[in-house]
Each structure stands twice: as C-alpha cells, then as structure tokens.
Design a protein around this ligand. Sequence first.
Ligand code: PLP
Length: 423
Amino acid sequence: MAKDTLKRSKRLITPALVFHTDIVVKKAGGLYVEGEDGKRYMDFTSGLATANVGHCPPEVIEAASAQMRKFIHSGCIFHYDSEVELAERLAGITPGSIEMFFFSNSGSEAVEGAIKLARHSTNRQGIIAFTGGFHGRTLGAVSLTTSAARYRRRYHPLLPSVFHSPYPYCYRCPMGQNVNTCSTDCFNYLERILKYQITPEEVACMVIEPVLGEGGYIAPPFEFMKRLKGLCKREGILLVADEVQTGFGRTGRWFASEHFDLKPDIITMAKGIASGFPLSAFGASKKIMSKWPPGAHGTTFGGNPVACAAACATIDKIKKENLLQNAVTIGAHAVSRLKEMQKKSSRIGDVRGLGLMIGVEFVKKDGQPDREGLIKVMRKCLAKGLVIVECGVDKNVARLMPPLTITRTEMDRALDILEEAVV
Ligand SMILES: Cc1ncc(COP(=O)(O)O)c(C=O)c1O
C-alpha cells in the first residue's frame, strides 16, 4: 500500500518539491505520526513548525468541523464571525500596536502583502532584507529570500530595489569577527547600504526574521535588534517582522519579537497559526493599515472561515494549556542536554535555541560545516523512529521543532536517540 502511494506520488507530484522522508502517513496525533509501514515516528518537525499544538488536536478538529457545518467559504462576499474572532485574538497576542489584519493562505503570500502595504503606505520603493533570511518562494518573497542562492537560481531578474545586509550569525560571523572583536559590524554594513546604495528616505521597510529559521536557527544579538529598531524609527522606515516560523509560541513567547522588545510596524504570520489549515496573516497598526484604500489588495481564499475557526481553537489551546511556559521549560532542558552532548562530541559545533526552536550545528574536525555527518545522524534517528530535518545554507544544522505540547519524557526519549546517533 505504502509503496504504491510513494510510487504514484513520485510519478505525479512535481520533482521540485523536496519530501524529507519516504514515509507515507496513515494517521497522526500529537507528537506522533504513524506510517503505512506500521511504524510510529516522533515528529520533531511539526510539519515544518506548523503543528505547534501537535497533529490533529481534537479541539481544533471540533472547531473546524463545527464551522464546516455552518459555512465554508466567503470569498469576501459575506462577513463571518470566525475571522473577526481571530482578529480579536491576534490583536491581543501580537507585540506593540498591531490592530488590523489581512488574512491570506501561505507565508509567502503574507510577506507579499506586507511589502505591498509597506510600499503603498510609505510611498517609498526600497526594501532591505538580511542575508540568510527565508521569506518564501513567490517572486516578491523570493527576492527577499537569501537563505540559499539555489532558491533564486534561474528566476532573475527579481524584484528591483531590494538590498541585502548581513544577518548577525555570530557562530560564523559574516564580518569575520568573534565575541571579543565584535562591534556589531553587520549593523555598520547596513548603515553603509544607506550611504552608498539607497538613501533612507527611499526605503519603505526592513524585513527581518527575529530568529532565522530556514537560514540556520540563529538568534541575533539584542544589541543588533536595538540598533535596527532605532534606525528604522529615526528614518521613518517600517520594520517588518517575519514571524511566519517563529510565531505562535515556537520560541516560548507568542512572537519572537518579544525577546528583543521589538514592536514591529508590520508582522507576518502563518505556519503555527491554524495547526496546519492553510492560513496566514499580516497585521499592522490602524494608522498604517488605514492608508490602504479599498481594493489596494485582495484575496479569494484568504481568511477561510474553517481555517479561522481552527486558528481560534489553536490559540485558545496554547493559552489554556500554558504551552508557552512548556516550550520555555522543555526547550531549556533540551538545550542543556544538547550542550552536555556537545562536550562529549566534537561533531557538534554549536547548540542554540529559544523555546522549542533549537538548532544543533554539525561540524567537521576543522570546524567546516558537516552536511554528510548530519545526514548520517538523521538517517540513524529515522531508523529509531525520530524525524528530524535540517536547515542552514550548508544544510548542516539539525532543527528541533517539536510541538509545544511535548513532555519532558518525550523530549528525553528523542534526545537519547539523537545522542546514540551522534556520540
Ligand atoms: C520566515 C518564513 N517566512 C515565509 C515563509 C514562506 O511560507 P510558505 O512556505 O507558507 O509560503 C517561510 C516558510 O518556511 C518562513 O519560514
């Protein structure tokens, strides 16, 4: 059976899509995915940081089913409660003065909308993004994406007036510095862009992931974010936080911006918002959003009533079960165990993480990225029922992003498997 699905999938689904495993799913629940092969897997990917409250949460299924029995699709013809309910909830949990929302279907689409809003509302064209960032695959979003050149290959020319400044990746500093010599040179580089390439008054927005996702699970220094905030405010540049991957409790806060006391002008979100129903959003203050006249942007499927009901139930579950705290506690426990592992194995170069967004960087003896080593580790883990995927430009960082519902016992079981594969 499984073989058949796999074979048919390989025949019918575009080869452009990279599937990380050959597992054919029979069913899933919480942390676990059951394959047609009869095996049960611990899904440490959460369907790419999406099933934040676990696979198929009963409360979400119930909310979506109830909505489906009432009304499935609006296409902006009718108003409906689940969308408004969701906007109210989001206004309550997003950082700063995010008050109004536009709902769409994917992370890329939210990024597209955010940059359109930034350009339109400021009447400026320039966009600054950060090297290593992943913002999506549509042409506008991929113009900002630089987590790997392969995502951009053969799609040039991309959106003009997009400039890239180095993201502060301190383990492999793009400016060749170390902790003792660092003077936030990457920020100085950004200032030079504004001196040599585009004047500040032409820049609509800076788009940044508060923690780099696809680019390697990297948190920037607080100082960098503080200076970035100050610069944007001074120059009237909108700060867009791309929280598509970091949102909905992933880092132990509702949004990772909170770790940096960042109050973005525009925030994008998707992935964990609705437990896997296709939904995304971007939000801004009423002042910014109101500059958009009717018809300046639109959607047919965005804000689907069923997806919105699923999102409301997802947010309620995170609150009710205190899952932000669980992410902090279990995440800290995991990081401390991984740091112990690092002491025993020179193959682990760096362990970093906020909440349950944890990166483990694999290196060779000379410190170079060890992609092959990580592949072997992931294979061994998979054979023992633990699914892990990688990130980073050299694909040598294991990213651990289990559901926020994970227990300490489950985390320990997974780390035992990982340890056995590494040490
Ligand atoms: C930070 C960030 N922005 C945007 C996207 C694009 O989201 P989607 O794949 O839903 O279009 C992703 C996807 O991984 C992401 O991590």
